[in-house]
Design a binder for this molecule. Structure first.
Ligand code: MN
Length: 365
């Protein structure tokens, strides 16, 4: 992250944080995603670290464990204070005492909230989570380039895993292969537990890979994602294993399901551009699924079309591309587009890509 990007993020967050003069982000055992957004620190855990954001400067209070690493990465853009010394903690208290300070109410647990209020002598704690959510909803070019890289690796790895599928392999084995392949391809890790579903398991959108073995004619659904420099991808592909072997039961129906879902995704993506409301692409995809083949698949698309994606796989709360969404799409928003058909006991298909909204359309990342 460069200075200009940091200044822009600080300006956007503080500008939207009503009632707070400064913001204190407090990590627990894990990093607050907003802490990652503001520091862009790669690696490290930064357990129990604090980030103080004021109009004039951003300061990181961290343990000796990660002090050197932080200084090295932050290049002087963000001041780093070693939290180990009592006098430095005093400094933090002095900055906060008697003030109204913003914090991330979506992240800080209740016991930590109490400690912040009492221990640091803060006058009032104001939940500024909505300000971060609004800022993070529209991605800058650095963020988009990382999501694009995560998508590139994910799609390459899926294609390679699909190519190598063998009769009798288990879902677990396929998931493990993807997970190791992406590391070799340069990703930092997976962005969530890889979903691999064979046959009728493909009807369960969040199936966890088990010891089910691959048979000819099975749907093979992979819903997977990786992280590259703090940013996630989330991609789903579905295929039929051994469709060229000639004796597949219900092959025509299975192929039809796949092509209806693909077309629903294509139509939804084609409808996306700046100014469109978030429910519209969902309704277009849903309508296509419900009305195809004389209504044979009516009611089989059972989740929302898409969610915001960024530092988190589900980046931000609330409805994005979904029925009832009132969100107006803006350039720079990144969302998944993932229609599916699910038929219990039979199987299903889902196709998912991550797209960035542009002025006159949507670009698949
Ligand atoms: Mn998704």
């Amino acid at each position: 992250m460069d200075r200009k990007t940091l200044d822009r993020r600080v300006g956007r967050v503080l500008g939207a944080a009503k009632g707070a003069e400064s913001i204190l982000l407090a990590n627990t055992g894990s990093e607050d995603p907003n802490f990652i957004y503001m520091t862009d620190l790669l690696g490290g855990l930064f357990e129990g670290s604090y980030l103080l954001i004021t109009k004039s400067r951003v300061t990181l209070f961290t343990s000796p464990l990660e002090y050197e690493m932080a200084v090295g990465q932050l290049n002087g853009m963000i001041g780093v204070v070693n939290l180990d010394s009592k006098e430095k903690v005093g400094l933090l208290k002095k900055e906060l005492r008697g003030k109204d300070i913003g914090f991330n109410g979506s992240f800080v647990p209740y016991n930590m909230y109490m400690r912040l209020r009492k221990g640091l002598g803060i006058h009032g704690l104001v939940d500024t989570s909505a300000a971060f959510e609004a800022a993070r909803r529209v991605k800058d070019s650095l963020e988009i380039s990382r999501i694009r890289e995560a998508n590139r690796i994910t799609k390459r790895a899926i294609a390679e895993v699909q190519k190598g599928l063998k009769l009798g392999v288990t879902e677990r084995e396929v998931a493990a292969e993807f997970d190791s392949l992406i590391l070799k391809m340069g990703a930092d890790g997976t962005s969530f537990s890889s979903i691999v579903s064979f046959g009728k398991n493909a009807a369960l959108p969040h199936h966890a890979p088990d010891d089910t073995r691959l048979k000819y004619g099975d749907f093979v659904l992979m819903d997977v994602g990786v992280k590259c420099s703090n940013y996630c991808s989330d991609v789903t592909r579905t295929m039929i294993f051994g469709s060229d072997t000639g004796r597949i039961k219900d092959l025509e129906k299975k192929e039809r399901i796949i092509s209806i879902v693909k077309e629903a995704q294509r139509m939804a993506i084609a409808s996306i551009k700046e100014g469109i409301r978030g429910d519209k692409p969902h309704l277009i995809a849903e309508n296509h699924i419900n009305t195809s083949d004389g209504g044979a698949y009516k009611g089989t698309f059972i989740h929302s079309l898409g969610h915001s994606i960024g530092i988190e796989v589900h980046d931000g709360s609330g409805r994005f591309l979904a029925p009832g969404s009132k969100l107006i799409l803006k350039p720079g928003m990144v969302t998944s587009v993932e229609p599916g058909i699910y038929i219990p006991g039979f199987g299903g298909a889902r196709f998912e890509d991550d797209i960035v909204v542009t002025k006159d359309g949507a670009e698949i990342l």
